[in-house]
Design a binder for this molecule. Sequence first.
Ligand code: C2O
Ligand code: CU
Ligand code: CU
Length: 447
Amino acid sequence: QLPDTLNSDQLRASRDNLTIAEQYTLEALQFNGSLPGPTIRMKRGEQFQVQFHNDIGQESIIHWHGMIVPPDMDGHPKDVISEGSYSYDFKINQRAGTYWYHPHPHRITGPQVYRGLAGFFIVTDDEEEALNLPSGDYELPLVIQDRKIDDSGNIYYDPSMPERMMTGYLGEHILVNGVPNPYHEVQPRPYRLRLLNGSNARIYNIAFRDDNSFTVIGSDGGLLPQPVETTELLLAPGERADILVDFSNGFSNNSAELISKTFSVPSNGGMMGNMSQMMGQGSPEQGSEFPLMEFRIGNEINSSNFVDLPQQLSEVNFPIEDNAVRTRSIELNMEMMTGHTINGRLFEMLRVDEKITQGDTEIWEFINNSAVPHPMHIHAVQFKVLSRNGNRDLIPTETGWKDTVLVMPGERVRVIVTFDALKGLYVFHCHNLEHEDAGMMANLEIT
Ligand code: C2O
Ligand code: CU
Ligand code: CU
């Protein structure tokens, strides 16, 4: 079951009790009665206009993750509405890519996304269309989310203190596009999968059971400069990966099982490190192997199963290190009573934490001194990852434009970013939504 396409200029968030499969129910929040929310498709240059109606009975506001929009269109938590509507109206002026939308109220983003408020925002442009990538039935936007389900089949959100403060909320059941035990019937030919990790806290190491390789063609901010072949790919909450998979090749028993392969979370020693290990709440810990979904491969012979990928996929124009006017250190710490902080502080709605001159290119250095991973996300920009721990130890998606980058315990990740967006207040934060809700967020002001 694929997400519907948005075919109105209204996005209404409402609450409902929903049976999402025979045995599972969810006290759901939904956009336009759809789980996930309807897929928005726009072409670069078009004007996007939508009226957001909030009928969920608590504060909310929509953020367009990865989109570069004016500050009052960005879903800053100060702009929440508790009823009525909010008008969005902005021009799509950025690269083709797999973006997404979700609520952004302070302290309650986690539960709202968890209960169903999230959808794809797909942007196309001429450069991408010229590649003739698989489309229509052969292009699948897939949002992967882990959930906790109790004995009577209710999906519930009830993080304990350690889950709020340390690990984030990890579930043991996977939903893809809102469906438990997901599978999809495919033809033996290449497909384009637009993967979104829409989980609150869980990181996936995307792979196939048989270790088949796939081709990464895009990341958060659209097409990579060159395609990259791989057998596994880390995808943290908030991140996207655009991949090509050829189901005519190398899969046995007409089945391709997408899994999350084991990966290790570097331990960052100390008492906090040990505590976070002890605080597991019954769900498999971060890094465990997980089945995600199955592709059942049909027999139909299709003539158009050849994708002729050029060596050069996209013109990327990354900022140049020599042009950076400064380096900012963004320290991620864990404190006993406070929880996770950014440069020693918790979020405050209107305090300006980083002041930036419009048009400046800067290097941001994320330094993770805590014992758990932090996928760091900056609004209003796309950036390029330069290095990790001093080495150029980058994963395939990090060869392209990014808006969210995974910073493992003990890591120091440098990114380069040009602040071209309109002047105003935006946020940056950890995309582990329990961390964000607990205050691991800060304001940046472009002046
Ligand atoms: Cu997807 Cu500020 O978030
Ligand atoms: Cu965002
Ligand atoms: Cu975090």
